[in-house]
Design a protein around this ligand. Structure first.
Ligand code: SF4
Ligand code: SF4
Ligand code: SF4
Length: 170
């Protein structure tokens, strides 16, 4: 991701989830309209986006739509999924690139906030979006966060989660 794209992302990387009501899947980057996953993915038999993702984070849910699973890895924004989608669900448009999610760090679960040395989340954060206040107080800097999800699976105390509008993703 070049600097101009990262700069564009910064304007969107702000918290927007006020209330968590129900589970909602985290959808792929570049999606034009989230309702298209229900309309088109169910007709897409081969689901090529799944096999082209080197990170293996694109999964198929029970309703036959695709979503992102951040439990082991995150999105590198390699763009392979959008190139593979021929159904118009994913559109190559810079304005649509950012994953529709909000990343949260729960300080009540984070071991570093309980004075245990841990920097697993910031170690994997390519965008340097996790800042420590002193040695033990990590916080997400939403100016830099690109919602990639890499910090979620590495946290030993499951303190980081991704949410999307109206629901909890993981
Ligand atoms: S952009 Fe690349 S890493 Fe991210 S979900 Fe698509 S294929 Fe996977
Ligand atoms: S390639 Fe496009 S239509 Fe097919 S499953 Fe993936 S996102 Fe859905
Ligand atoms: S690793 Fe976490 S904090 Fe860093 S950019 Fe990705 S989602 Fe944001």
């Amino acid at each position: 991701m070049d600097e101009s794209r990262r700069g564009f992302f910064k304007s969107f990387s702000t918290p927007f989830v006020d209330e968590i009501e129900e589970y909602k899947p985290i959808r792929l980057p570049y999606n034009k309209d989230a309702s298209l996953f229900q309309k088109e993915c169910i007709r897409c038999e081969e689901k090529p986006c799944v096999s082209v993702c080197d990170e293996e984070i694109i999964k198929i849910s029970d309703d036959n739509t695709v979503y992102l699973d951040f439990t082991k890895r995150g999105c590198t924004y390699c763009d392979e999924c959008v190139k593979a989608c021929k159904m118009g669900v994913l559109i190559f448009d810079e304005k649509l690139e950012l994953i529709d999610a909000h990343i949260e760090l729960d300080i009540t679960k984070c071991v570093a906030w309980q004075d245990v040395v841990c920097s697993s989340c910031s170690d994997v954060c390519y965008d340097k979006a996790i800042k420590f206040l002193g040695m033990f107080r990590p916080e997400i800097n939403y100016e830099n966060c690109t919602n990639c999800g890499f910090c979620i699976g590495v946290c030993p105390s499951f303190a980081i989660s991704a949410t999307t509008i109206g629901g909890k993703g993981q």
